[in-house]
Write a protein that binds this ligand. Structure first.
Ligand code: TRP
Ligand code: ZN
Length: 503
């Protein structure tokens, strides 16, 4: 009894004397979630469940102003915490009380609330801001592209920090309300469903909502003058597409491709299971880009993708990401193969469907095409390094890895894995190791050889992803001429411009 009293008196004393926050058990949240590739991406100490983004944008000046309200829950006792953001902030409230804030590092907004935040409690953070997003840079780059009639954001791994403060890492997905006011005659496109528009005194407000968990980099915003098309796929998925009115020569091919979204999303759902979201569509802004980004439900396509005519391969790739990347998301950026290997393999499957070369023919051709000393074999798709996240080998060798898996487990099991994974892991996060464990469970065998050889070993594997042991015994990299180029090869290779320099 006596001992207990002494102990409690001592701890009470230390509470009163505890000047540094850490001594009282309240500490600053980390400036990153601990990603091995991007140490300051996201932040420690809390998880966001919802973003309410309420903005006003003036296309003539590129001024963006407004308020983002963040609903979060602490995971630690916090004396302060960070958000990721690159625009200028005017005011921050935490749980309704003014908080002090400062910027640090490259994209860090450090917020010190009036009262420390105990672990496991809900927190509301309101951030008010006004800035010119096209002028804000992070690592000498801007993901905000100004256009003659507005602007569009598109960036991976960083994009969202140009328009709302956030916990910028795919391991913290949240739901979103995006509400943006623009001058009458200008439109706003974002993720999910347009729930309403209201007009007042020369301005129109567009209210968008995504009610399924969404990673920050998959959140998009486009402002400008668009032609809108709406439809419903045969399987009932609502489609909303937007094309800049200024696409010029690329307009017809862009529409010929993106208008096939409904047909292609239904086709992919035969392989990957039911489409996970409540809307789908493409957005083709007037930006000088030949890249595409799989922003959730509303894919951003650079018009340059359609400069040589229609490009269904890129539409299939980006739609495949809705399952692989958007619904099932990365836990760490080093797991990028879970996104890109599968989206590329979907292009193989589309080629097979179109009778333009089977997945096996494409894998054989790719294997023969790159000699052992080619730069192609210098990246491990399962751990490519931060500088090679989107390098061609992550995509193509990544797809070859899936063909090797298919040959190892057989078609029946392979297609059960392809459909089972996004079903079992829907709306979640995962690692490559989780996927391997899942494939091993469904196939009832160790797959360490396939994963090690195709994802985690530098250099050209001794044999290609050949169908069986007999074929493996005869296949040698030095033997044989390059097989005939599959009809779809160039379409697959050129579907997206992010890989220049690797081919
Ligand atoms: N994830 C995109 C794709 O393969 C490629 C990509 C990476 C990208 N970084 C980007 C596209 C930045 C646009 C902007 O589909
Ligand atoms: Zn991709």
């Amino acid at each position: 009894m006596r001992k207990r009293l002494i102990v409690s008196a001592a701890s009470a004393l230390s509470l009163f004397l505890a000047v540094p926050a850490s001594a009282s058990g309240f500490q600053p949240g980390a400036d990153g979630v601990g990603d091995p590739y991007l140490p300051t991406a996201g932040n420690g100490g809390y998880r966001v469940s919802h973003y309410d983004i309420r903005l006003k944008y003036q296309p003539t000046t590129d001024e963006l102003e407004g308020t983002t309200t963040i609903l979060a829950t602490t995971t630690e006792n916090l004396s302060r915490f960070n958000l990721d953001f690159v625009l200028k902030v005017s005011e921050v409230l935490v749980n309704g009380r003014p908080a002090t804030f400062a910027t640090s590092g490259d994209q860090e907004l450090e917020i010190t609330p009036a009262r420390p935040l105990p672990k496991g409690t809900p927190v509301t953070v309101v951030v008010r801001y006004k800035d010119v997003p096209s002028a804000a840079t992070l690592y000498d780059y801007s993901a905000w592209h100004r256009t003659p009639d507005g602007g569009v954001v598109s960036g991976e791994p960083y994009g969202s920090t140009w328009w709302f403060p956030n916990n910028d890492h795919p391991s913290n997905k949240a739901t979103y309300d995006v509400s943006v006011m623009v001058p009458n005659g200008t439109q706003v496109v974002s993720n999910g469903v347009l729930t309403s528009t209201t007009s007042q005194a020369g301005w129109t407000r567009f209210n968008w909502r995504e009610n399924k968990p969404q990673a920050t980099y998959l959140t998009t915003l486009a402002i400008g003058k668009f032609d809108i098309t709406q439809d419903t796929s045969s399987k009932g998925v609502p489609i909303y597409n937007a094309y800049s009115k200024d696409l010029g020569e690329d307009a017809a091919a862009a529409r010929a491709s993106v208008e096939r979204t409904g047909e292609l999303v239904d086709w992919l759902s035969d392989y990957f299971g039911a489409y996970p979201f409540s809307s789908v569509g493409g957005l083709v802004p007037n930006i000088p880009s030949s890249g595409a980004l799989e922003t959730q439900t509303r894919i951003v396509y650079g018009p340059g993708l359609f400069a040589d005519g229609s490009n269904t391969s890129v539409v299939v790739h980006e739609l495949a990401h809705q399952w692989y990347g958007d619904s099932v998301s990365l836990s760490r950026w080093s797991d990028i193969w879970l996104n890109e290997g599968f989206a590329e393999y979907a292009q193989f499957l589309w080629s097979e469907h179109e009778n333009e070369g089977t997945a096996q023919e494409l894998a054989d051709y790719a294997y023969a095409r790159y000699p052992a000393d080619h730069v192609f074999w210098t990246v491990k798709p399962g751990d490519p390094g931060v500088d090679h996240l989107f390098a061609w080998p992550v995509y193509l060798r990544g797809a070859m890895a899936l063909q090797a898996l298919r040959n190892t487990v057989g078609d029946e099991t392979f297609f059960r894995i392809l459909k089972g994974w996004p079903t079992e892991r829907r709306y979640g996060n995962a690692t490559v190791q989780d996927f391997q464990a899942f494939a091993e469970r469904l196939s009832g065998r160790s797959l360490a050889d396939v994963f090690t050889t195709w994802l985690f070993t530098l250099g050209k594997p001794a044999v290609g992803p050949v169908p069986n042991a007999a074929a493996a015994a005869t296949a040698r990299p030095s033997e044989g001429a390059l097989p005939a180029e599959p009809k779809s090869w160039k379409k697959i290779q050129d579907a997206n411009s992010v890989h220049a320099g690797w081919k």
